[in-house]
Design a binder for this molecule. Structure first.
Ligand SMILES: *[C@@H]1O[C@H](CO)[C@@H](O)[C@H](O)[C@H]1NC(C)=O
Ligand SMILES: *[C@@H]1O[C@H](CO)[C@@H](O)[C@H](O)[C@H]1NC(C)=O
Length: 481
């Protein structure tokens, strides 16, 4: 990339790495490429504005329209330039974009000599200007003072083909104090906290020293290649000093905050969270599946007894078929033998079975109602012939207590699916499914079986004092531990 001011003579020199340039001079070709990537070969003629002089392409002068890419081809070598033509500033003797900078320390030598080797033979006059005012001496050589600061322009006047041209080179000279007289100051806060990660390369900083607006800036880098534990939480002091003074500031490295979780910790955390979620889910599923066992276990472990303070006499009122069923019937055996033996003898509950606990003939329907009120659960042993009106009264009275007054909870024990019963009150069909137990005489005898566990679960919690002596009567297959 080359920048040049419009209206000045200018040249491009094609350089070849080839060892025999003489032979290949004939094959030198120049191209110019215009924006949509078209290459056109240049045919510079001796009288044209752009001429060829040996291996140099000369512009007499360069114009704004010359901006673009130029190539030279010499044998197998090609060279490319991007030519940027700057518009001339007609208000000034120089063009600010084409100014070079120079910094001089005060009382050191300031030398400005105007020379131009390429056009040397054509130049007939050279003048030096300071801030666009011509100054006598050229070259300028003196000890710099602050008032010497300014723009120095060398103007070369030259003649080509009977026309006059000029080339201007401008230097922006800045005179700075002697650094030894400077009172140095470190920029930025006195204490800087830098968050770092262990074992990580510290970021690259650029070291530099430069002059800006007459001030000298310098920097010196402390680079820690790999940060270790002992680099943390200690002060690193940076000090600058001259004969006139000293300044210093401190840096401290801190472990990167918890907000930025390192990758491996994040991954680990995600895995742990997933495992915990899965475990919690499994536990929840287990709790649902083994809810009955867990509740029974909990009752046994805590010895909870919810029967002590409610003022009721019986744990359950057993409602079953009496009238129209033969005494050796399945339901009869279950209600009068199997159920009392298990709940009373083995699990320690107190049941109210009308036929057994109330004197025959001495009971009125009122008694029945008060007996149900004195019970905590209503166990309905449901069979197809559950029809007698006394039984139906038991049922309706119990349902009223359960559903309207919410004083008693119903446990339904079925011998056949509830759908088979046409006479069943609607409300009983709405009973939650876990309150309905299915009795299978051939499969449910063990006290460890699901049937008895589910029944115990539905019964009120009670500190159990089983009557071990009598429990032998029942065919016990497994003891509840
Ligand atoms: C010349 O140097 C001075 C002081 O360093 C600076 O402020 C100014 O911008 C420079 N001028 C140009 C045209 O670069
Ligand atoms: C670093 O700078 C701090 C703050 O100015 C100062 O207390 C401490 O003594 C300095 N440490 C060294 C080693 O110079």
């Amino acid at each position: 990339r080359i920048s040049v001011v419009e209206g000045e003579p200018f040249y491009l020199k094609c350089c070849s790495s080839s060892s025999a340039p003489e032979n290949e001079a004939a094959t030198l070709k120049w191209y110019r490429s215009t924006p949509p990537h078209q290459r056109t070969e240049l045919h510079p003629g001796p009288t044209a504005r752009i001429t060829l002089h040996k291996d140099m392409l000369e512009f007499w002068p360069v114009k704004l329209e010359d901006q673009g890419s130029y190539f030279c081809q010499l044998g197998n070598d090609t060279q490319e330039w991007m030519l940027n033509v700057i518009r001339r500033n007609n208000q000034s003797c120089f063009t600010e974009k084409q100014v070079k900078s120079q910094t001089v320390r005060v009382r050191k030598s300031l030398q400005i000599s105007c020379s131009n080797s390429y056009y040397r033979d054509q130049i007939h006059r050279t003048s030096l200007y300071k801030n666009c005012k011509k100054i006598a001496e050229t070259p300028l050589l003196k000890n710099a003072e602050f008032e010497d600061q300014g723009y120095y322009s060398c103007v070369f006047s030259l003649r080509h083909d009977g026309k006059l041209y000029s080339i201007t080179k401008t230097l922006n000279v800045t005179v700075v104090k002697d650094p030894s007289e400077v009172i140095p100051v470190i920029l930025g806060p006195k204490l800087t906290q830098v968050e770092v990660e262990l074992g990580i390369l510290s970021p690259n900083y650029f070291s530099s020293s430069r002059t800006l607006e007459g001030k000298l800036y310098a920097s010196r880098i402390l680079r820690i290649k790999k940060i270790r534990e002992d680099n943390l939480n200690v002060l690193y002091n940076c000090t600058v000093s001259s004969t006139r003074g000293t300044d210093s500031k401190s840096f401290i490295l801190l472990r990167k905050g918890a907000a930025d979780i390192p990758g491996h910790v994040f991954t680990g955390g995600m895995i742990a969270a997933t495992v915990v979620s899965v475990v919690v889910l499994c536990l929840a599923v287990m709790c649902v599946i083994y809810r009955v066992d867990l509740v029974l276990c909990y009752r046994r472990w805590t010895g909870r007894d919810e029967t002590l303070t409610d003022g009721k006499t019986y744990d359950a009122f057993v409602s079953y078929l009496r009238d129209c069923q033969p005494e050796d019937g399945e339901e009869y055996t279950f209600a009068v033998e199997t159920l009392p033996t298990a709940l009373e003898k083995h699990f320690g509950y107190k049941l109210c079975i009308f036929e057994r606990d109330v004197e025959p003939g001495g009971a009125a329907l009122d008694d029945l109602h008060s007996l149900i009120q004195k019970s905590r659960r209503l166990i309905i042993v449901l069979s197809k012939s559950y029809m007698s009106h006394q039984v139906r009264y038991e049922l309706e009275s119990g349902l009223h207590e359960a559903l309207v007054e919410r004083k008693i909870k119903i446990i339904l024990i079925q011998f056949a699916p509830a759908g088979d019963f046409t006479f069943l009150p609607q409300s009983l069909k709405l009973l939650k499914s876990h309150r309905v137990l299915q009795w299978k005489a051939d499969q449910s005898p063990s006290y460890n079986s699901r049937f008895w566990k589910n029944l115990l679960y539905l019964m009120p919690a009670k500190a159990i004092r089983p009557d071990r002596g009598s429990s032998e009567v029942l065919p016990v297959l497994a003891e509840v531990s």
